[in-house]
Design a protein around this ligand. Structure first.
Ligand SMILES: Nc1ncnc2c1ncn2[C@@H]1O[C@H](COP(=O)(O)OP(=O)(O)OP(=O)(O)O)[C@@H](O)[C@H]1O
Ligand SMILES: O=C(O)C1=C[C@@H](O)[C@@H](O)[C@H](O)C1
Ligand SMILES: [Mg+2]
Length: 196
């Protein structure tokens, strides 16, 4: 006789997965918001494959994002980003972490709104700056005053990220905490929880 009690309740991840159904989960937000880090953890809890669009673009082009910007310019990069995201959305469901500018592009945003549930990881300037200033591989931040550039991007982009289905505040707490908040928000947004 064992006194182990099996917990057969579905986990938060399982309930969120059920609520999501066939839809993709798409993380959007500025550089450093945590889209890649949190996206990967959320995908593990949902039991879905994870993909980062910047990584996928680098894989298909066999160039780094910085090289793509330098060789072809931002416009060509955006066109490639739109094509890659369209393909990923069609072959889901999966968790997709997008590059910081993806949701700002009208065509890409419309595709994301059709093919997935979008989550904006919103963060304030100091949190973002703390995270991005450690590395200098981001082409848009190669300016005289990168912190001011980040602030300008926030001013221009935050009204557009606001169109995402879900907003979660990304801040300096454990990644597990943000991951849990994303899963709870999926449950709430998607309404019915079929497995509960
Ligand atoms: N809640 C958190 N607490 C502490 N560090 C975090 C948290 N979330 C993310 N980070 C760290 O911040 C850095 C930036 O996160 P990440 O690369 O996931 O951002 P991103 O939104 O994907 O940025 P980009 O658009 O440039 O790809 C990483 O080093 C990551 O580990
Ligand atoms: O915010 C942006 O526009 C970008 C963010 C990165 O993820 C990359 O997609 C690229 O550096 C552009
Ligand atoms: Mg990323």
């Amino acid at each position: 006789m064992t006194d182990t009690i099996l917990n057969l309740e579905p986990s938060l991840g399982e309930r969120a997965r059920s609520a999501l159904g066939r839809r993709n989960l798409v993380l959007v937000g500025l550089m450093g918001a945590g889209k890649s880090a949190i996206g990967r953890l959320v995908a593990q809890h949902l039991g879905l494959p994870f993909i980062d669009t910047d990584t996928e673009i680098e894989r298909v082009s066999r160039m780094s994002i910085a090289e793509l910007f330098a060789a072809y310019g931002e416009e060509e990069f955006r066109a490639l980003e739109t094509r890659v995201i369209k393909r990923l959305l069609r072959s889901g469901p999966r968790v997709i972490s997008t590059g910081g500018g993806a949701f700002i592009n009208d065509r890409t945003r419309a595709q994301i709104q059709r093919g997935g549930v979008s989550v904006w990881l919103k963060a304030d300037l100091d949190v973002l700056w703390e995270r991005v200033n450690k590395r200098d591989h981001r082409p848009l931040l190669k300016t005289e005053n990168p912190k001011q550039t980040l602030k300008d991007l926030m001013d221009r982009r935050y009204p557009i990220y606001e169109e995402a289905d879900i907003t979660v505040l990304s801040r300096d707490v454990r990644k597990d905490v943000i991951t849990g908040e994303v899963l709870s928000a999926i449950l709430e947004h998607c309404g019915k929880d079929k497995s509960a």
